[in-house]
Design a protein around this ligand. Structure first.
Ligand SMILES: C[S@@+](CC[C@H](N)C(=O)[O-])C[C@H]1O[C@@H](n2cnc3c(N)ncnc32)[C@H](O)[C@@H]1O
Length: 242
């Protein structure tokens, strides 16, 4: 899968994809990540990519023409890729969106900077995405966050380093607590059942911990999660009202 980040700060994006599991996925050809310098599509002697807002006001606004030219080229280079505009006004990114985006052949990220973008840029993209109700200085971190979440869903990227089935949101619930050695640390003991070797009991304990944790921290997730009778009974015992 290809990821192209259209940005005024390409160097910001590169190092993240050089190390760790994602770096290995790049080396193995499972993903390709390219930071594309927006200024390469600017024109004129000063290669201007931003200008003062019509109507006045603070800050600069990213111009539409360089972005339009860049997207014309990137769409030709990456047929079928979905173009995402990073904006705090977009649809909120979550694991379900990550799963949907992982089915695309490629993603192109348009990263804003400064006060924002010329409104007409919105008409050039397929979708507007926000990483949460917070305003950052640029779209590069949101783009990298989304690439990270999407890339790790692709076949082979995680290898044996992790299981996608067990983790938070995979089945609509938060993940159960995890422990590793030592069995006791500063008086805090690993739950006995995890040391028992009884796989059925461990699976039951984990499921119940998932339900408890989700009820305590993100109760709204339970409304959409698939729950069986045992799950419901356990939740009722914990005080959840249907
Ligand atoms: C300072 S922000 C502009 C915010 C804009 N003035 C507004 O109020 O909606 C500059 C750029 O950072 C990126 N950005 C900031 N917060 C973001 C978020 N929560 N999700 C995605 N992108 C974000 C966008 O690309 C945005 O164009």
């Amino acid at each position: 899968m290809t990821f192209d980040i259209l940005t005024l700060f390409p160097d910001l994006c590169r190092s993240y994809f050089e190390g760790s599991i994602l770096g290995k996925a790049v080396d193995r050809g499972l993903i390709e990540v390219r930071a594309r310098f927006l200024r390469d599509w600017a024109e004129g002697r000063h290669l201007v990519t931003d200008d003062a807002p019509y109507g006045g006001g603070d800050g600069m606004v990213m111009k539409v023409e360089p972005v339009a030219r860049a997207l014309d080229d990137l769409r030709a280079e990456r047929p079928g890729a979905r173009v995402l505009l990073m904006t705090p006004q977009g649809r909120r990114f979550d694991q379900a969106m990550a799963r949907r985006l992982a089915r695309e052949p490629g993603l192109v990220f348009v990263c804003g900077r400064y006060e924002g973008i010329d409104e007409r840029i919105r008409s050039l993209v397929d979708e507007e995405v926000s990483i949460g109700d917070v305003v950052l200085t640029g779209g590069e971190l949101p783009a990298m966050l989304i690439i990270d979440a999407v890339a790790r869903l692709l076949p082979g990227v995680l290898g044996s380093a992790g299981s996608l089935d067990d983790e938070s949101f995979a089945d609509g619930l938060l993940e159960y607590p995890q422990y590793t050695r030592p069995a006791e640390f500063r008086g805090m003991k690993v739950p006995e059942v995890l040391l028992s070797g009884d796989h059925g009991a461990i699976a039951r304990w984990r499921r119940r911990q998932q339900l408890r944790r989700t009820l305590e921290r993100r109760p709204e997730l339970l409304d959409a999660a698939e729950l069986d009778e045992d799950d419901r009974a356990w939740l009722t015992g914990l005080g959840r009202k249907d």
